[in-house]
Design a protein around this ligand. Structure first.
Ligand code: GDP
Ligand code: MG
Length: 669
């Protein structure tokens, strides 16, 4: 494809159902890349090609589209709108020069819209808005715009075009800056937008500022370069009205992509001011997506940043250290692959059969190239314990899951070393259901997902003394050990001291006693969980010159500790998570009530870009199904983030329940 200055790439993001997938279809159609636009209902769009997507009627995986429009090479990524699949969107935002956020003109901006704006702002890329579905009944451009202005500011969100006609009568869009022939009923709105643009452009240059203040005119050239500047710095967000179904507003969008979207040389500023983007020299790129599908096999998606990737180069994965070769490279359009001999700056392309390259990795032909920032997936908020349905298939399960989640950056598989469970961690149950279904279909193994154990811990609140005399006479040699110990609370961690005087226990048996204590620390006496923050003093005992041995002292140590713990006010600690729940303001009452019910503490509320954020601390044990509960409480309009805060003592009524449950499970074994 052409040279880099004539190529543009962008990510299409936004709330689910806003029309992102159809907008891709319409762009491809107008560029002549497809002969007819597919429909969601017809399950024949370029970008929703996976079975899972046809079943749901919406995007789950990010997908890459490419076309040529007026000598301009376009690469764009259609992304799923659901919060569960947002990890994919983050990968695309990391790699692209610009974000085009699609907003539904009927429902207005939603949580998925806010999430997309925010991620693009944090990445520092240029942002554009497309207000879609204006052909549909109840569509309201001005109401949608008002909402967006309320969230971001009137001088930030500025329409570059204005719609003519409403609903079924929506016929075209006019440029607020360049069209002379403006219908009378929209003249005021158009004039206001024009002024907002002129003010924003004036902000970019002192000389222009003076001229605008004096009421002077700007040339088209000055307007263009001013627009580019204000958009690139993120100070303004141009808005395009349109209809992805009818194609209205899309030619104007395409023209703006050529004129106003950043080109691959301007991208450098995002990854570091000193990054020198060149069409020759060492090839440098970043992985932003991955696909492992029965039709396509393993595909890794790369954004070329500088230099030229070709099949004969050795490519170093600078993040993992793996050496790779880009033997077969493709331009992608949904699932359609076209061989690509070389990929330069700005190109989004796929590479087949890479061994060890993952989303966010830096790829370079220079073994010493810099390592670029990767992709930070959101923290998982839903966890399941995974086991194989058939015994002996655990390894197959692990291998299968690892393959599947390669394409899902927000899903992780990890072993918890306190509960010893294998945990599948992700953003919601729909995502995890996809993993287990693909395991069955593609890898022919069945996984059982169950509620994971909570990694409770145990500690003491006071001091206690324990004594144990271990004595056994069985046939030949006997066993003998006697131990006295004191324990007390130790806020900065476990300690053990040997305070035995007069050789009551020889020094060489002390480590065995400590081993006994450690056995109990691993599996505490209350509920079998890790014991922490205890200081132990071994202060007396007895031994027998023939019958004493290490095993005997280990047993005595274990029992003496158990005894001491009983006296020392043992308590259970539970992990408490800090969460922030993002919801439209009408839901905050319900959400707060529910969090109180979950033993949560509300820390505060703030609002950001039209979304309320409730911060709270809630015990992990209460949050297992929260992703699903929140979705149904808010009809899908709420999301939350979560991270570990600290361990806290479990209230005694809850502790009783946990102990009773542990005892009954232990009884069954
Ligand atoms: N009337 C109308 N419907 C649209 C338009 N764009 C999308 N839709 C419909 O809105 C629904 C969601 O579209 P889709 O492209 O899947 O949205 P996505 O989830 O953002 O990818 C589908 O039923 C589309 O047919 C539009 O411009 N006008
Ligand atoms: Mg879609």
């Amino acid at each position: 494809m052409g040279n880099a200055i004539n190529s543009r790439n962008f990510v299409i993001a936004g709330h689910t159902g806003s029309g992102k997938t159809l907008l891709c279809e319409q762009i491809l159609l107008q560029a002549g890349a497809i002969a007819r636009a597919g429909t969601i209902e017809g399950k024949n769009t370029v970008s929703d090609f996976m079975n899972d997507e046809h079943e749901r009627g919406s995007s789950i995986y990010a997908s890459l589209c490419s076309c040529t429009w007026n000598d301009l090479s376009l690469y764009f990524v259609d992304t799923p709108g659901y919060s569960e699949f947002f990890g994919q969107t983050l990968g695309a935002i990391r790699a692209c020069d610009a974000a085009l956020v699609v907003i539904d003109a009927i429902d207005g901006p939603q949580i998925g819209t806010a999430r997309a704006w925010k991620a693009a702002r944090e990445r520092g890329i240029a942002r554009f808005g497309f207000v879609n579905r204006l052909d549909k009944e109840r569509a309201d451009f001005e109401a949608t715009l008002e909402q967006m202005r309320k969230n971001h500011g009137r001088n930030v969100i500025i329409p570059l075009y204005w719609p003519v006609g409403k609903e079924a009568g929506f016929e075209k869009v006019v440029s607020v800056l360049f069209d002379k022939d403006i219908p009378a009923d929209i003249a005021d709105q158009v004039a206001e937008c024009r002024q907002l643009w002129l003010d924003a452009i004036a902000e970019t240059d002192d000389e222009i500022m003076m001229r605008v203040l004096d009421g002077g005119e700007l040339t088209d050239e000055e307007i263009h370069s001013g627009l580019r500047k204000t958009i690139m710095t993120g100070k303004t967000i141009p808005v395009f009205p349109g209809s992805a179904v009818k194609g209205i507003g899309v030619p104007e969008l395409l023209a703006a992509i050529k004129e106003l979207f950043p080109n691959p040389f301007e991208y450098a500023t995002v990854d570091g001011a000193d990054l020198d983007v060149k069409e020759d020299g060492a090839a440098l790129g970043v992985v932003f997506m991955s696909l492992n599908d029965p039709y396509t096999g393993q595909l890794t998606f790369v954004r070329g940043i500088s230099g030229n990737f070709t099949g004969d180069l050795d490519i170093y994965n600078r993040t993992t250290g793996a050496k790779e070769r880009f033997g077969s490279m493709f331009v992608m359009n949904g699932k359609t692959q076209t061989a690509l001999p070389a990929a330069g700056p700005g190109t989004l392309f796929a590479v087949a059969k890479l061994k060890d390259s993952h989303i966010g990795d830096t790829m370079s032909s220079d073994p010493n190239s810099r390592v670029l920032p990767g992709v930070e997936p959101p923290n998982p908020i839903m966890f399941y314990a995974v086991t194989a349905a058939k015994s002996g298939e655990d390894e197959k399960i692990v291998a299968g899951i690892n393959k599947i989640i390669e394409a899902m950056p927000s899903v992780k598989l990890e072993r918890n070393n306190e509960t010893h469970e294998l945990l599948l961690c992700g953003m919601g149950d729909q995502q995890l259901a996809i993993v287990s279904r693909r395991l069955k279909e593609q890898f022919k193994v069945e996984a059982v997902l169950s509620t994971p154990k909570i990694p409770y811990r145990e500690t003491i609140t006071g001091a206690g003394e324990g004594h144990y005399r271990h004595k056994k006479q069985s046939g030949g040699a006997g066993q003998f050990a006697e131990v006295f110990m004191r324990i007390s609370s130790s806020p900065d961690g476990y300690k053990c001291s040997n305070d035995v005087v007069g050789g009551a226990i020889p020094k060489n048996f002390i480590p065995a006693i400590e081993k006994g204590v450690q056995d109990m620390l691993e599996e505490g006496p209350l509920v079998g969980c890790r014991v922490e923050n205890v200081a132990v003093s071994i202060f007396d005992g007895k031994y027998h010159p023939v019958d004493s041995n290490e095993m005997a002292f280990r047993i005595a140590g274990r029992q003496a500790f158990k005894e001491a713990m009983k006296q020392a006010g043992p308590v259970i600690l539970e992990p408490v998570m800090s969460i922030s729940v993002h919801v439209p303001s009408s839901y905050t009452g319900d959400i707060n009530g529910d969090l109180n019910h979950k033993r949560g503490r509300i820390l505060g509320m703030e609002s950001e870009e039209g979304i309320e954020i409730i911060k709270a601390e809630v015990p992990m044990a209460e949050l297992h199904k929260y992703a699903t509960e929140l979705r149904s409480m808010t009809q899908g309009r709420g999301t939350f983030e979560m991270e570990f805060a600290r361990y806290e003592q479990v209230p005694s009524n809850v502790a009783q329940e946990i102990i009773a449950k542990y005892q009954s499970e232990k009884g069954e074994e």
